[in-house]
Design a protein. Structure first.
Length: 335
């Protein structure tokens, strides 16, 4: 990252006509800027305009002109006890005015509280459905709200482990929601997507995504009908129903992580992707039958039935085998 930022800073300096002398005049030894808030904002805005989607724009700005640290009048200080750190946000490459530490903390606390509320897998609709099942005594055999939460926790842990593995390989892997979980939800209700509905925080609706492609405010989300065709829960209620149906996604075959990536990020046709998945599973089943028919080969090499189970293979995949069988894959295919 340091090498990347260094090279980018050199490019930006060349583009903006900045010399090493000018660069040295911008940043104090402690990393804070020597520029006042007005000068800083003007240059930072120019740099922001030159960045690309997915760039660490704040780090790029700090590398070029230092960190925003001023007194209450927006003047740089050498004595840090006489100033404070400031922050910036941006929307569509338009930089905000400087935001002081106290105000920024308030924004963060509010955002964190809203996110915690929005990411509760047992939202009011799920709780209402669970209460109705309990009152009517209609829970499917072996199912319960407590077990649902346990399954969700296990699935999320597996997802986080996958992300850690990808980051260890040097990839900027993030937790990508197929549909935005924040905000005010769907603005215009439809028969298939009620007003106020928002995405699910279930592990079933989250897949690894490159950081530069993980955009905010629902940008790039697939339509709810597309998610339903792919068997991806687009709400917490849909995830709960999928649990009640023993993970039956209603598509004839279960979409793998790579399948979901192809549908959600690459915008591939879900019918085509799932048809390829079904063909892959059918080939495994056919291979199992052929080995068993061969006359005890499974006993000879010590393989039991679970080692042929397509679902076992699915759950053991990192980013799935079709990528190595001539089929196109998601953004992490081939690793």
């Amino acid at each position: 990252m340091d090498s990347y930022l260094s090279n980018l800073s050199v490019y930006l300096d060349k583009t903006l006509g900045v010399t090493e002398g000018i660069r040295a005049s911008r940043i104090q030894k402690n990393g804070n800027t020597k520029l006042n808030s007005t000068e800083y904002h003007k240059i930072a805005q120019r740099i922001l305009k030159l960045t690309e989607k997915g760039d660490k724009w704040k780090q790029i700005i700090y590398k070029a002109i230092g960190k925003p640290f001023w007194d209450t009048k927006g003047n740089p200080v050498t004595d840090v006890s006489k100033g404070q750190k400031y922050h910036f946000t941006q929307y569509k490459k338009i930089l905000s005015q400087p935001i002081d530490e106290v105000t920024m903390k308030g924004y963060r606390d509010t955002a964190r509280a809203n996110r915690n509320k929005n990411t509760q897998i047992v939202d009011p609709k799920v709780q209402k459905q669970a209460d109705a099942l309990t009152k009517a005594g209609k829970w499917p055999k072996g199912k319960s709200l407590a077990q649902f939460l346990g399954v969700e926790k296990a699935g999320e842990t597996k997802l986080m482990n996958r992300l850690s593995g990808l980051r260890a390989l040097g990839l900027d892997a993030t937790d990508g929601h197929v549909r935005e979980v924040g905000g005010k939800g769907n603005k215009n209700g439809t028969p298939l997507d009620a007003k106020g509905d928002r995405g699910s925080n279930s592990f079933r609706s989250r897949i690894p995504q490159l950081g530069k492609d993980n955009l905010g405010k629902g940008t790039g989300d697939i339509k709810p009908i597309t998610g339903q065709r792919a068997g991806i829960p687009m709400t917490n209620s849909a995830a709960f129903n999928q649990y009640l149906l023993s993970n039956d996604q209603g598509t004839g075959t279960n979409a793998s992580t790579t399948d979901k990536q192809r549908i959600a990020w690459n915008k591939e046709n879900p019918d085509k992707v799932l048809a390829q998945r079904k063909q892959f599973v059918d080939n495994i089943i056919r291979s199992k039958y052929q080995v068993q028919k061969y006359g005890g080969m499974s006993d000879l090499i010590g393989m039991d039935d679970t080692m042929y189970n397509p679902e076992d293979i699915y759950y053991e995949e990192l980013f799935d085998q079709p990528n190595h069988r001539g089929l196109s894959g998601g953004p992490f295919s081939g690793i």
